[in-house]
Design a binder for this molecule. Structure first.
Ligand SMILES: Nc1ncnc2c1ncn2[C@@H]1O[C@H](COP(=O)(O)OP(=O)(O)O)[C@@H](O)[C@H]1O
Ligand SMILES: [Mg+2]
Length: 681
């Protein structure tokens, strides 16, 4: 009691610098204590024993406060306050509207509490105080009455428009209202499964103009437009042209060599037994290449809006039997069937692909295998549960039949596989999760022939006006096995730490780091060795900044904002062969779990710098904010005066971002009509 009396007179208690931490953030706790702040500890089931011991020691009994510490099925309200800080609820990312980053289970397990009794005692003394600062892994774990009274919180509510895959896809569709930028230049096109197909299109309108696409007459009769299927078919037609240019054989045009029994050396083809309308040795349709050429020409017409003119033949008149076309495409792509081109066809193919490339920014991430990636929308780290992997257990626990359980991220090369998932998603009994289907980046930049992605942090300190801070440091996550489109398993294609730690590094190039993590500095030295030292500052960083900012501007009217709050986000980027970054997703609450020496250092730094930025700068505007730099601060918001000039990638982007940038969302887009007048006939 003597100790308690002394403690309650501590200056920090009088100054009410009280914080609360919920989740695996020992560094945040340590840094705040180092600032002289006092923690109001959260009740957790695992700490009940410790609390009981403390009760015995701290009070002789009869003290009112004892009730507050008594664990009766979780935290109890403090007498005089009704504010249990820990508010046990089922895990529900939907309520928060965002999704957790990977490794949170691991994070929570690693949560180590400081066992220093003095802190327990101080916490006990401030149990009836509203914390000034809260750093939590989940808002839904905090008492909803208390939450609004906490001055500074590290999370924003309702982030699904930004932090679910489906939400981000939808938000980015609004980009044209803000910026004259096509989101297809930085975000692989994406479709939502399990919804009415008419609604499901959330990708590139140019790539899949739903009502003007070549479909077989029979199909048109029996199916409504299905943008994903159309996009898949058009991509297959383009891919066929590429294959035709590569797969030169000796046979006459439109016939094939017998399929290879074993893969040709150096030919990384996906080989999957799939039903084919034609037998293995049956000849390909003599018009296969001509069909692909015609379809692509018509697609170009649609992209150039030539279909508005009624004299232009409607692509819908292309009565291709798409089922047959795709089966034959699969044979060429996956089973080694060869095509032979006449000189004229060869030139036509080259010319068409060149013209398509001008219209389709994503042609440069497409290979020739038409790979797509299927992702559960609100999950992370490749979850649900990979078919045949650890995941089945989860389904059984939840009472969900394994057949209906999210199988986790998978890659698909056949439309049938995607449509089967779509069919399952439409079944009300199977609505375990939403799915998105995204174009797979078939031509990523690899390092030592190994795929990697980039985790890039940024911080939002205000939504209105939008204020964003970019973190100059980031890290790379490598896969465990070498990249190959011949094998589409997670070890080669999903860079998540939590997935890759399941795999041993097989046939590794010894230069791939054993812990599968690199810092951006290591990456930059590697680029310098490639003779592309410039690519980081001139292409990748500006591209990542622009993508982040574009995503935020699109989502900001649909997210929950609260003055005083802030949030650290983790964006995932893939780098294309041409060094262009592609945004994959944005995670709220990025993992701070130190999986490797590099992440141990960088995660500690980003937490330190975040506290400097959101706390220290208030009292001392000149204080260091470490590796954070102001990416964007909107001025003139709500005034309707400024001209929209959001920075965009690449080039001058970095420079212009150093200063606050004007923007007015209502006049973001220059609208104009061009044309010429026509005389009345
Ligand atoms: N469109 C894509 N093309 C290529 N690889 C992808 C694509 N989308 C995701 N990936 C790979 O899958 C991993 C996980 O995808 P992501 O969208 O980040 O989902 P999550 O991390 O929530 O499981 C990424 O790190 C990347 O390696
Ligand atoms: Mg991810």
């Amino acid at each position: 009691e003597h100790g308690a009396g002394r403690l309650s007179s501590l200056p920090s208690l009088q100054e009410k610098k009280i914080f609360a931490v919920q989740g695996p953030y020992p560094i945040i706790r340590h840094l705040l204590r180092a600032r002289g702040w006092v923690e109001r500890k959260l009740s957790r089931h695992g700490r009940q024993l410790k609390q009981q011991q403390l009760e015995k020691r701290a009070s002789g009994g009869g003290d009112e406060r004892e009730a507050a510490l008594k664990p009766r099925g979780g935290a109890q309200p403090f007498p005089g306050t009704s504010e249990p800080l820990h508010h046990p609820r089922p895990r529900d990312t939907e309520n928060e509207g965002g999704r957790e980053d990977e490794d949170h289970n691991e994070d929570e397990e690693q949560c180590s509490e400081d066992s220093d009794d003095i802190h327990d005692l101080m916490s006990y003394l401030v149990q009836d105080q509203v914390p000034n600062f809260l750093w939590t892994i989940r808002l839904s774990h905090i008492d909803q009455k208390l939450l609004p009274r906490i001055e500074v919180v590290n999370r924003y509510p309702r982030l699904s428009a930004l932090c679910t895959k489906e939400g981000l896809c939808q938000s980015l569709q609004n980009l044209l209202w803000f910026e004259q930028v096509d989101f297809n230049t930085f975000f692989p096109r994406c479709y939502r499964l399990g919804l009415d197909e008419e609604e499901a299109f959330i990708g590139e309108p140019g790539a899949a103009p739903s009502c003007h696409l070549p479909m077989s007459c029979a199909e048109l009769a029996r199916a409504r437009c299905f943008p994903l299927a159309e996009d898949f078919r058009l991509t297959a037609a383009r891919s066929l042209l590429k294959l035709a240019l590569q797969k030169v054989g000796d046979s006459p045009v439109g016939t094939e060599q017998p399929p290879k029994s074993d893969g040709m050396p150096g030919d990384d083809r996906v080989s999957q037994p799939m039903p084919s309308t034609a037998g293995p040795c049956s000849p390909l349709h003599p018009q296969l290449v001509e069909e692909a050429l015609e379809v692509c020409e018509q697609h170009l017409g649609v992209l150039g809006h030539r279909d508005i003119d009624r004299k232009t033949p409607s692509p819908c008149r292309t009565c291709i039997d798409w089922d047959r076309f795709l089966q034959e495409y699969y044979r060429v792509a996956h089973q080694g069937s060869r095509l032979v081109l006449s000189t004229e066809q060869r030139e036509q193919c080259q010319d068409l692909l060149r013209r398509l490339e001008e219209k389709l920014p994503q042609l440069r991430i497409e290979g020739d295998l038409n790979v797509w990636i299927l992702k559960p929308s609100a999950k992370s780290r490749g979850r649900g549960e990979a078919a045949g992997s650890a995941g089945g257990a989860h389904a059984r626990r939840e009472g969900i039949p394994p057949s209906l359980c999210c199988p986790g991220i998978v890659c698909a090369t056949r439309l049938e596989e995607v449509l089967e998932l779509a069919r399952t998603c439409r079944d009300p009994a199977a609505r375990v999760c939403e799915w998105v289907v995204q174009k797979y980046v078939e031509r990523p930049l690899t390092i030592f022939n190994t795929k990697f992605d980039i985790r890039q942090w940024f911080l939002v300190t205000d939504w209105k006006p939008l204020t964003v801070w970019f973190y100059r440091d980031c890290y790379l996550r490598f896969c465990s096995q070498s990249f190959s489109l011949c094998h589409l398993e997670p070890a080669r294609h999903l860079c998540n730490v939590s997935i890759q730690k399941r795999y041993r590094t097989l046939q590794p190039d010894p230069r791939v780091p054993p812990d599968k993590i690199w810092s951006n500095e290591q990456f930059q030295s590697h680029l310098a060795q490639l003779g592309r030292a410039d690519a980081w500052q001139q292409v990748m960083v500006p591209g990542m900044k622009a993508a982040i900012l574009n995503a935020l501007r699109c989502a900001r009217d649909r997210v929950g904002s609260r003055k005083g709050n802030f949030e650290l986000f983790g964006a995932d980027f893939l780098i294309g062969e041409d060094f262009q970054p592609w945004l994959l997703e944005i995670n709220s609450c990025p993992t701070m779990s130190p999986s490797a020496a590099v992440t141990r250092r960088l995660c500690a730094n980003v937490q330190r710098d975040t506290l400097r930025l959101v706390l220290d700068r208030k009292d001392n505007p000149g204080c260091s904010i470490g590796a954070f730099e102001l990416l964007y601060r909107e001025v003139g918001w709500g005034l309707g005066t400024a001209t929209a000039q959001a920075p965009r990638a690449p080039a001058a982007f970095c420079v212009s971002l150093q200063a606050p940038v004007s923007s007015c969302l209502t006049v973001g887009r220059k609208l104009m009509v061009t044309g010429c007048s026509l005389k009345k006939p």
